[in-house]
Design a protein around this ligand. Structure first.
Ligand code: ATP
Ligand code: MG
Length: 212
């Protein structure tokens, strides 16, 4: 089954072409690595899926259903989760509260099980603001896990993260893969991309210049 498909997505910001006729398909359970230099359109591609940006042209299909006309909040409810390039946790809430607000009525012991998986159980009562950058990333992964999203969009989750937390994040991604999640991963380290991804797309000035 195809989890996510883009057909001819284009987006301009003023005179800047952020995406130019981008098309690809990704099967359920696979991980796509999205690479390319700064400003090549990677984040805009994820934004076009979640509708944080409205594409000028093209279509987006999630599990065969066209979604590009839906508002962002409805797309999020379909089971598409996201880790942002910059900060996606509620800093004034505790670690546990961050999971509970994402969890749609799931119980505290389920949230605690997930905190254990992202190595944050002993921090559960601490304000998210007191966590390191890498731990905040792990907390974002926890929020995606508690929501049980099927498609997970990761925008440079390793950026600025310590080696130790990077290892933890990598093992969390592997766990999500074992659970059959579909993932799009933006990442600059090519060795890591090779380890984690089934296929690769490279963008340059908004166009796909390489597929592997
Ligand atoms: N909201 C916006 N308004 C105006 N221009 C934008 C906007 N978002 C992105 N752009 C421009 O579109 C192009 C693609 O940006 P995008 O953020 O998608 O690149 P990226 O590949 O994620 O880059 P980076 O590696 O730096 O995160 C850039 O030229 C950027 O300046
Ligand atoms: Mg980006």
């Amino acid at each position: 089954m195809i989890a996510i498909e883009l057909k001819g997505i284009s987006k301009k910001f003023g005179g800047v072409t952020a995406l130019d006729n981008v098309s690809f398909k990704l099967e359920k359970g696979k991980t796509l690595g999205l690479v390319g230099g700064n400003g090549s359109g990677k984040t805009t591609l994820l934004n076009s899926i979640t509708k944080m940006v409205a594409p000028d042209r093209g279509e987006v299909y999630f599990k065969g259903k066209r979604i590009d006309k839906l508002p962002a909040y409805r797309i999020a409810r379909l089971g598409i989760g996201r880790i942002f390039q910059t900060g996606g946790v509620f800093k004034n809430m505790t670690v546990l509260e961050n999971l509970l607000v994402a969890s749609d009525g799931k119980r505290e012991n389920e949230a605690e099980r997930i905190l254990k998986e992202v190595a944050l159980l002993e921090k559960k009562g601490k304000k998210a603001a007191t966590l390191s950058g890498g731990q905040q990333r792990l907390l974002e992964f926890g929020r995606v896990m508690v929501r049980n999203d099927e498609l997970i969009l990761l925008d440079e989750p390793f950026a600025g993260v310590s080696a130790e937390n990077s290892r933890k994040i990598e093992s969390v991604i592997k766990k999500l893969q074992e659970e059959g999640k579909t993932i799009i991963l933006i990442e600059h380290d090519s060795a890591r991309i090779k380890r984690l991804c089934n296929q690769i797309i490279e963008l340059e000035k908004g166009s796909i210049i390489r597929r592997e």
